[in-house]
Write a protein that binds this ligand. Structure first.
Ligand code: TYM
Length: 375
């Protein structure tokens, strides 16, 4: 949805718009929603990204390019989830810096402050307050089943894992429910968190009366960037917290680094020839990941891409080229924008002002439904 906020336009002019590329569309996603009260309204979208670590190609293909696409079709809210970043150890000064940097990345990817509401999660205190109300409806059992908690806690020790890491998905549910979001564009790794959000919303609505819109996940189709895998360990997803950088393509890697990482990507052992390059995630996870990456970048499918190749070498050099040409304009925009962090900070402040209006209304609905006395 194009907002007619003068402030947004002014900030957009200051951040100079970069036109979003043709990211394609997710199947089954329409522009309006009849869910809320029968009346048709523009569907609302919310998503978030953590400001920890550098953004990588998995973030971009699984989520960020869809955020850019969705800002023109929906009423879109996007946040840098700085409160979520507190669930793991980190340096306070670094967090402040990383929050501005991530907002800069999002603008460099093509978000425009006159077309979406971009803000820092902690600037809208309703997120933390609704999280508490939802925590009082979620059960220990359902949170214990969240695989991301189990994985992250397993990396350290569960005994010393922060309580916030355990309740993390409830804060995420609050992020989504506060905006009556219909759609949540995320990568496949967030599927379970979205299911929990739906369960919490439905349970609350059944117990306290209709309060929340039940959201849907908008995950790219399989094989098209929904789950980008590590180039060195194709059984694990590409992740900011990977033990080694060798298998992670960061949005700010230079062309030589991209070429090197792609060239060294693990493939499978079959001899070259017809049928060697095929999309088969079980038998050929390494090459399947490369095919999916190229397909996602080109907007085609992995099987179509596979049909063009009979050697890994050519596939790898074409993939490296495609990654470089996708990232070049983003990197150039980032260099410009990062020279003016004060403007990016202003974008976040203006976004939080707008976000707080809707979040305040929904929080009030929730406070009243659960039985809190009016102040
Ligand atoms: P985060 O910060 O880990 O990742 C941001 C987005 O990138 C997607 N993603 C991937 N997609 C494909 N392949 C990958 N290898 C890959 N790695 C990451 C993620 O699915 C995500 O969409 N819990 C969330 C942040 C969050 C949030 C929210 C998201 C907090 N509140 C509300 C949506 C709505 C997270 O940690 O994302």
């Amino acid at each position: 949805m194009v907002r007619d906020s003068r402030e947004g336009e002014r900030l957009a002019a200051r951040t100079r718009a970069w036109p979003p590329g043709d990211a394609g569309t997710l199947p089954g996603v329409n522009g309006t929603n009849e869910q809320a009260g029968g009346a048709e309204r523009t569907r609302r979208v919310l998503s978030g990204i953590q400001p920890t670590g550098g953004a990588h190609l998995g973030n971009y293909l699984g989520a960020l390019r869809w955020w850019v696409d969705f800002q023109d079709r929906y009423d879109a809210y996007y946040c840098v989830v700085d409160l979520h970043a507190l669930t793991v150890p980190g340096d306070p000064e670094e967090l402040r810096k990383a929050t501005i940097e991530m907002a800069t990345v999002l603008l460099a990817c093509g978000l425009r402050p006159d077309r979406c509401t971009l803000f820092a999660q902690s600037h809208v205190p309703a997120h933390a307050e609704l999280a508490w109300l939802l925590e009082c409806t979620a059960s220990m059992g359902e949170l214990s089943r969240m695989t991301q908690f189990k994985d992250k806690a397993a990396k350290g020790s569960e005994e010393s894992a922060r309580v916030g890491l355990f309740t993390y998905p409830v804060l995420m549910a609050a992020d989504i429910l506060l905006y009556d979001a219909d759609l949540v564009p995320v990568g496949d790794d967030q599927r379970q968190h979205l299911e929990l959000t739906r369960d919490l919303a439905q349970r609350w609505n059944a117990r306290y009366g209709r309060t929340f819109t039940v959201p849907e996940a908008a995950i790219p189709p399989p094989g098209r960037g929904a789950r980008v895998m590590d180039l060195q360990e194709p059984a694990s997803k590409m992740s900011k917290s990977a033990a080694s950088d060798a298998g992670v393509l960061y949005l700010f890697d230079d062309p030589a680094t991209i070429e090197r990482k792609v060239k060294r990507a693990v493939t499978d052992l079959d001899p070259p020839g017809p049928g060697t390059v095929r999309w088969d995630r079980e038998a050929k996870p390494g090459v399947s990941n490369l095919l999916e990456l190229l397909a996602a970048l080109e907007g085609t499918g992995p099987e179509q891409v596979a049909a063009r190749y009979d050697s890994y070498g050519k596939l790898k050099s074409d993939l490296a080229q495609a990654v470089v040409s996708t990232l070049e304009p983003i990197q150039a925009r980032y260099r410009e924008l990062s020279a003016d962090p004060a403007t990016v900070h202003d974008v976040l402040r203006a976004g939080a002002k707008r976000a707080a209006v809707h979040a305040g209304e929904v929080l009030e609905r929730a406070r009243s439904a659960i039985g809190l006395l009016q102040p």
